[in-house]
Design a protein around this ligand. Sequence first.
Ligand SMILES: CCCC/C=C/CC(=O)SCCNC(=O)CCNC(=O)[C@H](O)C(C)(C)COP(=O)(O)OP(=O)(O)OC[C@H]1O[C@@H](n2cnc3c(N)ncnc32)[C@H](O)[C@@H]1OP(=O)(O)O
Length: 250
Amino acid sequence: MPLKMGVATVTMNRPPVNSLNTEHLETLHRTFIRLENEKCRGMILTSSSPTVFSAGLDIREMYKPELEKARKFWRTLQDMWLKLYSSPYPTVAAINGHAPAGGCLLSLSCEYRVIVPKVRMGLNETQLGIVAPQWFQDCMRNAIGEREAEKALIAGRMFSSEEALKVGLVDEIAQNKEECIQKAEAFLASQANLPMLARKTVKLGFRHQTLSRLLTGREADTKIFIDYIFQPKVQKGLEMYLQSLSKKAA
Ligand SMILES: CCCC/C=C/CC(=O)SCCNC(=O)CCNC(=O)[C@H](O)C(C)(C)COP(=O)(O)OP(=O)(O)OC[C@H]1O[C@@H](n2cnc3c(N)ncnc32)[C@H](O)[C@@H]1OP(=O)(O)O
């Protein structure tokens, strides 16, 4: 995590697809705490993969899990997201590859998004037979508005880079990762002279409702997750999905 002029570039590096397991989520959570403590001036979130930003939650954490491990996984996801979404420093996602589901959530939790061409992003949970949690849905709604979010979430729509720009899911398209980072740095530079306290207060004001909804309902949210994934038909669906991903690789 190099800090250049107070700006950190956090590069996810969990091959092959940066899927988010408990350990990876803990690492991200610790990183965001550290950046806050070190009074970081801005953060760029990106990936070391040439084709994938993040494949979202690690499906293996949800497939035939032990109850306590599944609870821990979900609480760690909540912790990580609460830290990122409420970060006092400006945040940009340099989306240098596909960003389905939890990968899309990570980028939606940043303030500004730059994407490379020919990749897809979106909350595709419906297509997997699972339901994007309310706070995932809130993040989508906050980015693209009620009507577009409703359509996208019901369909589990994956947007192309161009479609994402058109609907406001991302702010810019860059030609490649290098330009993505340059545009991310330019956004952070545009924020650098703003009074930090005022900036942070306005950001948290806008995000307060979405954050409070999870903060006041964390246990209920965890219970919904646990009750949902332990259903036999959901487990069957996850099994088939994992098989389809593996077959593709074979
Ligand atoms: C109430 C419940 C709410 C739960 C909320 C869930 C939110 C989520 O985030 S669910 C996760 C949804 N994610 C996806 O649907 C993405 C699935 N992956 C893909 O579409 C593709 O992998 C990719 C477009 C991201 C990349 O494609 P690429 O061709 O480069 O790689 P693959 O050959 O498909 O995959 C390589 C390797 O990685 C495994 N894998 C891929 N995604 C996941 C994942 N999310 N979790 C675990 N493992 C994953 C894939 O099986 C391959 O593994 P093997 O090499 O061992 O076969």
